[in-house]
Design a binder for this molecule. Sequence first.
Ligand code: ZN
Length: 302
Amino acid sequence: MPQMPRYGEFIFGDEYAGDVVATGRTVDEFRVGDRVVVEAHMGCRRCENCIRGLYTACLNYGNTKRGHRANGFTTNGGLAEYAVNHVNTLYRIPDGVSYEEATVVMTSGSPLFGLENAGGYFAGETVAVVGPGPVGLMAIQLVKALGATRVVLAGTRDSRLTMGRKLGADVIVNSGQTDPVAVVMETTDGKGADLVIDCAGGDDTFDQCIKMAKNGGKILLVAFYHGPVTADVSHAVRRNVTIYTERGEGGTSVGRALALLAAGRITAKPLITHQFPLSRVHEAFDVLEKRIGDPLKVVLQS
Ligand SMILES: [Zn+2]
């Protein structure tokens, strides 16, 4: 990732939770022993974007001298026994929510922030989600919590699609076998989806999103693409489709996702497929990299 220190020079991990073991001199918001979960981004608090609250789009991104931190991306993260976090990046874990669930709820922060950018209110709407990874599976639950009537989920792994169905998708489609655009059109009487969310970042998924959106509809890009992609953008322009993006879990979305979790509007447990002690971190990475046992979220405990 751009601006990431070289491998071996910093500590990974941008999704983590734990106990407060010490506080800074001026901190009175938290006490030793508080259970907290973090968000990765701490803006510089001095650029015009940060001043306007857009701290995940900080103009000093990666500039630690000016106070910016993105733990696990540009500064040390949470794959450790102890981590230093600015007070701005901590949220108290509600009673009844485990550390593991809180860690995974971080994954819903980015799509939730994106959904806020895209209007935040989807009552009665049809939403198509492309990519049933952890972020897509959270996006399904979030749009349902925000009022969406129908959710179509497209992806290539059947096990993940089945999980998507359990978490609220009304229609699932294996894009490797069936054209997902045709399914969205069929589901919406030829109109297209009100909102299409790309959580896959594949070579052709942006183009699929454009073709799935209805006239005047919205597209939200949550995934990072591996490189430049080809898409029929004029198809979006001609039909007044608006394209939104998001960067990270801005807008205090982690805190708000935690509230949804505590209220039972979203769930994180089904996404945790593997757990390891921190001492077996290499095994955990193996599981993810080699897709051993079809992992969704692998949680490490110290
Ligand atoms: Zn800034």
